[in-house]
Design a protein around this ligand. Structure first.
Ligand SMILES: C[S@@+](CC[C@H](N)C(=O)[O-])C[C@H]1O[C@@H](n2cnc3c(N)ncnc32)[C@H](O)[C@@H]1O
Length: 285
């Protein structure tokens, strides 16, 4: 079964993830920890990126490793691999893939990531440490789930935040927000005060217009995308001890996702190390 999604930005995100997992597993290999890799939106283990014909010359249209296979192929490996997905077809693929890795401890679950992650967090013991990847298609992840991760103080998180879904659901003109989207935005951002934060009074008209029609200047307008990024980053930094500047994943110059590293460990030594690794990896992208 072909799992088709993404494009060149998908490759980019997996390259960053791979480098970080390599760093993480190597840095902790001689520590007395049990290391877990957790993929809460695991997919199938491979994917068939939708590559536009103009880009087809750069990257051939073929199957690529997904995050699951990327993590399984890293050496030194993790002690446990936890793959979760809600799609039964994907679960079947993951079970088939498991057979190819008889020496790895692979745990496969078919749950909503917003239930799976809190359950995984609650089961972590004193000596457990985890690298967790959250890779939703779009608006599937609740902000509340991030709080469980942060509270463990044992997890390094790579989060794909769907900034394009936010811009889609929050029109420039505040009067045009669709009532049916309000609940989703609140769930995604973890606050029902998002409208006050993301919208401001419309800017004043230029002087020439002051004596003309001002009806277009009433109401509110949404922050621009750079300001949205600052706001999301600030909120994450209120939740985690360390959050790296996000890596922007784009398609045809359109910002799709913000790719964040967030560290739940409060010890400065731990997040300084993560910071150095993230800076060095992201600089190359
Ligand atoms: C972008 S794909 C994951 C790709 C994968 N990480 C990779 O790199 O190969 C998102 C996955 O999340 C799954 N999914 C969608 N909603 C979900 C939910 N609420 N909980 C868990 N998985 C979900 C989909 O079935 C899909 O396989």
């Amino acid at each position: 079964m072909k799992h088709t999604f993404g494009g060149l930005w998908t490759q980019e995100k997996l390259q960053v993830l791979e480098k970080y997992l390599q760093f993480y597993a190597t840095a902790l290999k001689n520590q007395p920890f049990t290391l877990h890799y957790v993929d809460a939106f695991a997919g199938t283990g491979s994917h068939d990126p939708k590559v536009k014909s103009s880009q087809g010359e750069i990257i051939p249209h073929e199957d690529f490793q997904g995050s699951v296979t990327t993590a399984l192929n890293i050496e030194p490996g993790f002690h446990h691999y936890h793959f979760n997905d809600l799609n039964p077809d994907h679960i079947r693929e993951l079970r088939a893939l498991k057979v190819n890795y008889p020496n790895k401890n692979i745990h496969i679950t078919e749950k909503d990531a917003n239930s799976f992650v809190p359950e995984f967090c609650a089961a972590l013991g004193k000596k457990d440490r985890a690298a967790l990847f959250l890779d939703p298609y779009s608006t599937q992840l609740n902000w509340a789930t991030l709080k469980y991760i942060s509270a463990t103080q044992k997890i390094d998180l790579w989060l794909l935040f769907p900034i394009s879904a936010i811009t889609r659901m929050t029109p420039k003109d505040g009067a045009k927000i669709r009532p049916e989207w309000r609940k989703t935005i609140t769930r995604l951002l973890g606050t029902d005060k998002w409208e006050q934060a993301l919208y401001r009074p419309k800017s004043l008209p230029p002087m020439d217009d002051l004596f003309g029609d001002q009806s277009n200047h009433d109401g509110t307008e949404r922050l621009n995308v750079d300001e949205l990024e600052v706001w999301v980053t600030k909120r994450l930094r209120e939740t985690f001890h360390y959050v790296a500047k996000p890596h922007r994943l784009t398609n045809n110059n359109r910002l799709l996702f913000l790719f964040y590293l967030a560290v739940s460990n409060p010890k400065q030594q731990a997040w300084r190390l993560a910071d150095r690794a993230a800076q060095s990896i992201l600089k190359k992208h």
